[in-house]
Ligand binder design. Structure first.
Ligand code: F0G
Length: 465
């Protein structure tokens, strides 16, 4: 993604950063050599295809029915799909009234309706397709929960071994239960998400003998799939872009994918207007807000102030500052896609806002009462809308789409605590434990935050690597 470097790599290479300059990678298409897409409405005819017949598989997927816009696969046989992306955009008039927006102008995009219950399935289908193309057998990720649930599901159905790195006690119960149930090797690392990501990258990049294909959003193929969230929103609106797209910001992959989708559609002459982007941080995990909104770090002349970012992280390290928020999905201090997010803000004339945990909790409850519900991180988008309305950045007559990234049932603890004051998490910790006895029991493996311990837990021999 660094134009000053300009190195390129073949599509079948397994790398997640530029070996020349270290920057993140972009998937680039030579559109002139590909069949021309005349209009976006071309894609509509696939919508009603049934997924039961083999030839309908790609059309049935809410990601792959737009496959001409992510044409990195060789043939349709490469595509790994489980019927992801059949999600809905819903007009939320009661919620709009509560937010003092004009009726008809607030829409919610329910990505929690994906097979694993979050937007991650959009990206996993693309990255697993690439993994299959390059012959990967073992896939891994660090996760605040949803990536691990999605990876575990796809790995099991694609018959690959899934390994997930999660911060001990850091992920919501619904997500942990999914990773175990779908059969992934679940390493509970004594650390937070940022520590897990560092470790899994070390193993994927520095220990090639471990044969790990990395599934985090540093993998640019993930973002190719996540572009489809924007295609579906346009499709649901008869190809009319809204004024605003609002999305929670964690590792900043989703917002980056959205901007890439619009940038490419503009380049292809498929749209004229690009919506504005609002990325919402939790105030306890607000690196992008601090750097962009407070310090003015932005995308200029195709790059950004890397010194300011390094300084910010050095201060975090010196003061032992870690991310903390009730929205565990976005509890991330060092978002790896920060450069792409800065670029996204420039492409979509975007803003970054922060919201407190209380605002997240109140707006989550509002979405539950007047919508289909969502998990806490997702509600950051609606809480952010409220702030941006108050600041008159967004007007009640603007058309707004909030992305609800994950299903309400991902995090029942937060919901029960909100309504009853009872913290189920604490209740569980003090409860007596019994040995699991199911034939398929897949226990999480506690591991200290050390490379050797992790390799050992993955069945490797640290002394031999
Ligand atoms: N919302 C939910 C429900 C998420 O799970 C995440 C990220 C985000 C928003 C933020 O998206 O990282 O693209 O900015 N969850 C990741 C995970 C980090 O491991 O499941 P982002």
């Amino acid at each position: 993604m660094n134009p000053a470097c300009g190195a390129t790599y073949a599509i079948d290479q397994i790398i997640v950063s530029c070996t020349a300059c270290g920057s993140l990678l972009d998937i680039k298409y030579d559109w002139a050599k590909l069949p021309r897409i005349k209009s976006l409405s071309y894609f509509e005819h696939r919508w009603g295809t049934k997924g039961t017949a083999a030839e309908g598989r790609a059309d049935f997927s809410g990601v792959w029915r737009f496959r001409e816009l992510l044409p990195f696969y060789r043939t349709e046989d490469d595509i790994v799909t489980i019927g992801e992306g059949r999600t809905v955009l819903q007009q939320a008039d009661i919620l709009a009234r509560q937010m003092r927006m004009n009726p008809g102008n607030l829409m919610l995009q329910y990505e929690g309706l994906n097979p694993s219950g979050s937007f991650k399935d959009n990206g996993m289908t693309a990255a697993f397709t690439h993994a299959r193309m390059v012959g990967a057998h073992r896939v891994a990720c660090a996760s605040t929960g949803n990536t691990s649930a999605s990876l575990a599901l796809f790995a099991s159905l694609a018959e690959m071994q899934g390994v997930v790195f999660i911060g001990s006690g850091k992920i919501a119960l619904g997500k942990l239960s999914q990773a175990l149930d779908y059969g992934a090797l679940t390493l509970q690392i004594q650390g937070d998400f940022d520590a897990c990501l560092r470790r899994v990258r070390q193993i994927a990049v520095d220990k090639p003998q471990m044969g790990i294909y990395l599934m985090n959003s540093v993998n640019p193929f993930r973002l190719e799939g996540q572009k489809s969230i924007m295609y579906r929103i346009l499709e649901a609106r008869d190809w009319q872009p809204p004024d605003w797209v609002i999305v929670p910001g964690g590792n900043l992959g989703n917002c980056s994918a959205f901007a890439k989708a619009f940038d490419e559609m503009r380049e292809l002459g498929l749209i004229k207007k690009i919506p504005r982007l609002a990325i919402i941080n939790a105030s306890g995990a607000n690196t992008l807000y601090e750097l962009h909104t407070k310090q003015g770090v932005s995308w200029k002349n195709n790059w950004y102030d890397t010194g300011a970012v390094q300084k910010f992280y050095a201060v975090m390290d010196e003061n032992n500052i870690h991310a903390h928020t009730v929205a565990s999905a976005i509890e991330i201090g060092r978002p790896v896609n920060l450069p792409k997010a800065l670029r996204a803000l420039s492409i979509m004339n975007g803003v970054v806002e922060e919201v407190t945990d209380d605002e997240i909790l109140e707006h989550r409850a509002m979405v539950a009462r007047w919508g289909f519900g969502c998990e806490p991180a997702s509600a950051a988008s609606v809480a952010g809308l409220r702030r941006l309305l108050d600041k008159q950045v967004i007007s009640p007559s603007d058309s707004v789409v909030c992305i609800l990234t994950g299903h309400e049932l991902k995090d029942p603890n937060v919901t029960v605590k909100y309504h009853t004051g009872i913290d189920l998490k604490l209740a569980q910790e003090s409860a007596p434990r019994s040995e699991p006895h199911g034939k398929m029991s897949n226990r999480p493996v506690p591991v200290e935050d050390s490379l050797d311990a992790i390799i050992l837990a993955m069945g490797g021999d640290p002394s031999a690597l």
